[in-house]
Structures are given as C-alpha cells and as structure tokens.
Design a protein around this ligand. Sequence first.
Ligand code: FMN
Length: 201
Amino acid sequence: MKKIISMLLTLCLMVSVTAAFAEGDETSMIGNTEESAATTLVVYFSATGNTKPLAEYAASYLSADLYDIVPAEPYTDADLNYNNNSSRSTIEMGDNAARPAIDGLIESIEQYDTIFIGYPIWWGEAPRIINTFLESFDLSGKTIVPFCTSASSGLGSSARMLQAKYGETSTWLDGKRFSIGTDENTIIEWIDGLELFTEAE
Ligand SMILES: Cc1cc2nc3c(=O)[nH]c(=O)nc-3n(C[C@H](O)[C@H](O)[C@H](O)COP(=O)(O)O)c2cc1C
C-alpha cells in the first residue's frame, strides 16, 4: 500500500513539474513575439505608381509594416493635370487648408517608433493628403523619415514645410528625393546610410 501511495505521489509531482515547464515555455514565447513586433512603419501615397515600389523596397528590407494612403476620392487623370489651373490637384495645392480624406485610415500608429513617409512632389510640396495623414495622429516621440519621387524637384522644401508644421514633438531625419524608376539597391544603400540605423550598431 505504501508503495502504491509513493508511486502515486511521484506521478503527481512529475505531472506538476511538466505543467510548470510547459507554462514557462509559453510565457517566453509570448515575450519573444512582443520583442520582435515591428516598430517601423512605411507609409506612402502614390497617385501614379512611381513612389509605391520604393516604399515596398523599403518595407521589405526593413521588415516593416507597409501602409498605402488611399484617397477616399481617387485622383483621376484629369484631377492630376497640373497644366490645368482648375484641376483638383492644382486647386488643392493652391489651398493650404485642403485636407483630402483618406479611405480606411490606419487605426493607430502607437506601436511604431519610426515612420518612413513617401510621397510624390506636387508643385514643389507634399500632396495635401500627407497633411491629412500627419494630422490624424499624435507623432510625439516618433522618428519620421520623409522620402519622395519627382520629375526633377528635390525633397528640400516639401520636407522642411512638413517638419515645421508637425516636427515639434517628433524627430525628422533629412530624407531623400529619388528619381522615377529608382532600383531596390539604391533604396537599401540609402537606408543603410541613415543615422538612425548606423547609431544602433
Ligand atoms: C499634380 C502634380 C504636380 C507635380 N508637381 C511636380 C513638381 O513640382 N516638381 C516635380 O519635379 N515633379 C512634379 N510632378 C511629378 C511627380 O512628382 C512625379 O511624377 C512623381 O514620381 C509621381 O509619383 P507617384 O506616381 O507615386 O504619384 C507633379 C505631378 C503631379 C501629378
């Protein structure tokens, strides 16, 4: 009888020790998942598709989340005609207060430390929908990395204007303008050279 009781006690002990280990494993797995969660977001607006692949290269290289800013009212070719003074894009860019609505705005950007933001240059500036995006969230403590494509204009004043308006509580890196059709390696070299990542090494 004593033998049976002692065997039963040993069995109980083994079961509880195994259960404790299993629990421990589970906890550490949850911990790892949290640690590896993406903290970089690549956001872009691309009306005619030139900026989009660059954002995709960046997100893929950084293993970052990618978010496409989709206008609630899509831009037609006529809307984008900058030779027409009364086209939608010309009117919006002539109005500092224009804030075109975004379709399916990302709910929160809280979890991201670093946000790359890509856009085309329109009349030397970022399209107003970029203002809509930046005004939709609290950017406090975030690092913003602007980049753009254009026919010939630099990033210069577009990023300076955004930083002046939204950069009080966030850190803005210099950013870069890319020509249309820039390849993946050029984007990777740019990212590798950013202070943001060289500092951490
Ligand atoms: C309304 C509008 C205004 C533009 N203004 C400029 C400009 O001021 N300077 C420039 O170099 N390119 C200008 N462009 C060209 C775009 O910046 C260029 O084609 C860009 O790569 C488009 O990017 P996306 O295809 O991602 O929209 C303009 C294009 C549009 C549609």
